[in-house]
Design a protein around this ligand. Structure first.
Ligand code: ZN
Length: 368
């Protein structure tokens, strides 16, 4: 039978408590174990935070969670009722996790979930990575060289780091390791090459995941109070912007010039959504297959639906009949232009094309 990570961690924590220098009474240990496991269940917080703290495998992750738990409206009331068992238990738990990390603990495989998500993200959201590169990237993060001499403890596997800010700290610690250069040399540039690239991607992934989770957590707010709706709106706008900027960054990395005319001044380039943001699901909003890099001129034509691309004639441009042929040159348009359409991108374009086909009377060279 498979042992759940959370129960393994629970046993390890119990052992830690019983072996402390001033040993705790069995009764106290039991109340701490119970508290860590069930106290969060009664708090007014999101369901995802109510899971047992024993699912939090890193001190970084646990610290974040504890902060949110403490901000729950009924925290003080419940804390009083349970005679402060939770903060005491949580302090020991944090010490326990930190000590464990400083020993370079063997990662428990609940992190395989982060690894799976990361691998999935590399395949779907990063353009043009081969399966073998993805495998090397995921492996590099899992097997962070334990031989690095760092001034602060680092987790044995990066997959226990699930917040971008924590990630930046860990990344800095790794890059500043006293023997970084030496090991990099011995491994024929592995640290500078594969590991660095993989760390960069993991940072992007955490930002993506952050945006994605917030977008999702705001869905379905029909019974919120007026005030909550306002807060949600503010939060949504912030995320919309940060989501779009991580979207833009990832998209421009893939393609740094206008896909129609090749203009490459980044200030004049727009990372457009093919299927508009307002009609897209959270996944579609952050999916770079739903992105198109265009210069301001071509973007405004596309955004208004005055041009689109025919998904069943290989991405050939379709231009509105409202635009006179005499004006093509001024708008830097010609009827032989096309863009690459593959996979999900083709279905996003189908959405755009069919939306504007009749509104603006689109036609393409092949349809006459
Ligand atoms: Zn252009």
């Amino acid at each position: 039978m498979k042992t759940e990570p959370s129960s393994a961690l629970r046993q390890e924590y119990a052992k830690y408590l019983s072996q402390k220098q001033e040993p705790l009474k069995a009764q106290t240990i039991n109340s701490y174990l119970r508290s860590i496991k069930s106290f969060p269940n009664s708090l007014d917080v999101a369901d995802s935070l109510r899971q047992s703290a024993f699912n939090k495998l890193s001190s970084y992750g646990f610290k974040e969670t504890r902060q949110v738990l403490e901000s729950a409206d009924n925290y003080l009331m419940l804390n009083k009722k349970t005679h402060g068992a939770f903060p005491a238990a949580a302090n020991y738990y944090l010490q326990f996790l930190t000590e464990r990390e400083s020993r370079g603990y063997i990662a428990l495989k609940n992190e395989s979930e982060s690894e799976r998500r990361f691998r999935d993200w590399l395949g779907k959201q990063v353009y043009g990575l081969s399966q073998s590169t993805i495998k090397n990237y995921t492996k590099a993060l899992d097997e962070l060289p334990s031989s690095l001499t760092t001034d602060k403890p680092i987790p044995r596997s990066m997959y226990c780091v699930d917040k971008y800010q924590d990630f930046k700290d860990v990344e800095k610690t790794i890059r500043n390791a006293a023997n970084f250069e030496e090991i990099n040399k011995a491994s024929k540039g592995f640290l500078q090459g594969t590991l660095s690239a993989s760390l960069r991607q993991y940072g992007e992934f955490l930002q993506y995941w952050h945006d994605f989770e917030i977008l999702q957590s705001d869905s379905g707010d029909s019974k919120d109070t007026y005030e909550q709706i306002n807060n949600t709106e503010v939060k949504r706008n912030v995320i919309a912007r940060s989501g779009q900027s991580s979207f833009r960054r990832r998209l421009l990395k893939k393609n740094s010039s206008c896909e129609l005319c090749g203009l490459h001044y980044s200030q004049l380039l727009i990372a457009s959504h093919i299927k508009p943001w307002r009609n897209s699901s959270d996944f579609e909003r952050l999916d770079i297959s739903n992105g198109l890099v265009l210069c301001v001129n071509h973007d405004s034509l596309f955004d208004k639906g005055l041009v689109s691309f025919s998904y069943d004639s290989g991405g050939l441009i379709a231009i509105s009949k409202e635009i006179a042929r005499d004006d093509y040159q001024k708008l830097n348009l010609n009827s032989n232009m096309y863009i690459q359409l593959m996979g999900r991108r083709a279905s996003y374009m189908e959405y755009h094309f069919t939306t504007y086909l009749h509104i603006h009377n689109l036609w393409s060279e092949q349809t006459i």
